[in-house]
Design a protein around this ligand. Structure first.
Ligand code: PLP
Length: 412
């Protein structure tokens, strides 16, 4: 069976296996007890101890001991995701936010300094801007990471971590990962210690962009989004070196306890098998919707890195894993109307659902920006409110007709 042969993308001959083959086979295998060709779902909190358990390290995550120390469904998924991200190892946790907080709390100590993008998912912002400084004495600097010189200027002798998110939620600002990595390596030489570059790759998924190939040290994904793809399970992953995943397991997983449930790990493993097919559809449909919206003459702006006029377009193109990859399924836009006009538009949508999240099979829309605590950090055109639209897997013609129909019904 191919799954038993697959190791880090190599196979039965010298030709590397393709992305879809790996999403299907890595981490899968034949169940030794039943012969089932799918990994079973193992719901057990505890595992049988040996005759003499006195040598056991109760904080170990390498052996089946207790589910919070690690469990089989988590490990199957970790193997697959490490492979897809091009990492030595990965740790799967309870949510994307658990992956973010695990990274920050494992690799930052009080007195350390971290630099982070001024546009990130809200929990990353709150952790780095407020919670870690106030509770743990970690100093942080928020910078416009699309400006590499601003990142360079913010790094100092105490800096241990640079965290970026690209494209950023919710404005779609693009950061040049390779350029920031070069700045970080330069600072390491200057200050004589390691500085980690972590990248939240949730909006891309590893089908579109692989930050580790571009020089990042750590890649974080909310598995809740594209990698699961079906809007029915929360999860998060950190992919990096084995030395670092060991530390994350020891410090965060076992002691803070943000473990993923076996069922969610199983669901995400199943969903991820179709990641390439789904990403191709998300990429193509989002580009078609962005172009359609731009052509309507009823929008104040459309932000999507796949559009040639997006300020980060060239950088976004340079980061793609292959010419087959794209710019993800999320775009932001504002209609040429007032507050109520935006609500009226949403109330007439039938195919697109009014709800938060992204990377689901169904298209989701949410109105943001007007009373956001970070409103002043957004570029001016975002400050009067805008939609974040996460394009799903429906037929793109139905999505386009839904938009046109809702605009007409709302009188926009
Ligand atoms: N990172 C990004 C870019 C996100 O958009 C999100 C959620 O929207 C998260 C992290 C957090 O993920 P989760 O909801 O799985 O905790």
């Amino acid at each position: 069976m191919i799954a038993d042969l697959v190791h880090n993308g190599t196979s039965f001959d010298d030709t590397p296996l393709g992305f879809s083959t790996r999403t299907i086979h890595v981490g899968n295998g034949v169940d030794a007890e039943t012969g089932a060709i799918r990994r079973p779902l193992t719901f057990a909190n505890a595992y049988a101890l040996p005759y003499d358990p006195s040598d056991i390290n109760w904080s170990s995550s390498d052996v089946n001991l207790y589910a919070r120390n690690g469990h089989p469904n988590q490990r199957y998924l970790e193997k697959k995701l490490a492979d897809l991200e091009g990492a030595e190892d990965s740790v799967v946790l309870a949510s994307g936010v658990a992956a973010l907080s695990a990274t920050f709390t494992t690799f930052l100590d009080s007195g350390d300094h971290a630099v982070f993008s001024d546009t990130t998912y809200i929990a990353a912002y709150r952790l780095l801007h407020q919670i870690l400084p106030e509770k743990y004495g970690i100093r942080t600097s928020m910078v416009d990471s699309s400006d590499t010189s601003a990142v360079a200027a913010a790094i100092g002798p105490q800096t241990r971590l640079v965290h970026i998110e690209t494209p950023a939620n919710p404005t779609l600002k693009v950061t040049d990962i390779a350029a920031v990595a070069a700045v970080v390596r330069d600072a390491e030489r200057r200050y004589g210690h390691d500085i980690l570059l972590s990248v939240d790759n949730t909006f891309n998924s590893p089908f579109n962009v692989r930050p580790l190939d571009l020089g990042a040290d750590i890649v974080i994904e909310s598995l809740t989004k594209y990698i699961n793809g079906h809007g029915d399970a929360l999860g998060g992953v950190i992919a990096t070196t084995k030395e670092r995943t060991d530390r994350i397991r020891y410090v965060y997983q076992v002691n803070y306890g943000g473990i993923i449930s076996p069922f969610n790990a199983w669901l995400i493993n199943r969903g991820s098998s179709t990641l390439e097919l789904r990403m191709r559809r998300h990429n193509a449909s989002a580009l078609a919707v962005a172009r359609h919206l731009e052509g309507l003459g009823k929008v104040r702006f459309v932000a999507y890195p796949g559009l040639e006029d997006h300020p980060g377009h060239d950088v976004a193109v340079s980061q793609l894993t292959s010419p087959e990859a794209g710019f993800g399924g999320v775009l932001s836009f504002a209609l040429d109307t007032d507050h109520d006009g935006h609500n009226r538009f949403v109330s007439h949508l039938n195919v697109i659902t009014s709800a938060v999240s992204l990377g689901h099979d169904e298209s989701l829309i949410v109105f943001l920006g007007e009373d956001d605590e970070r409103r002043d950090l957004y570029p001016p055109r975002f400050r009067n409110g805008f939609f974040r639209l996460a394009i799903g897997l429906e037929d793109v013609d139905d999505i386009l007709r839904d938009i046109d129909h809702a605009l007409a019904e709302a009188g926009i």
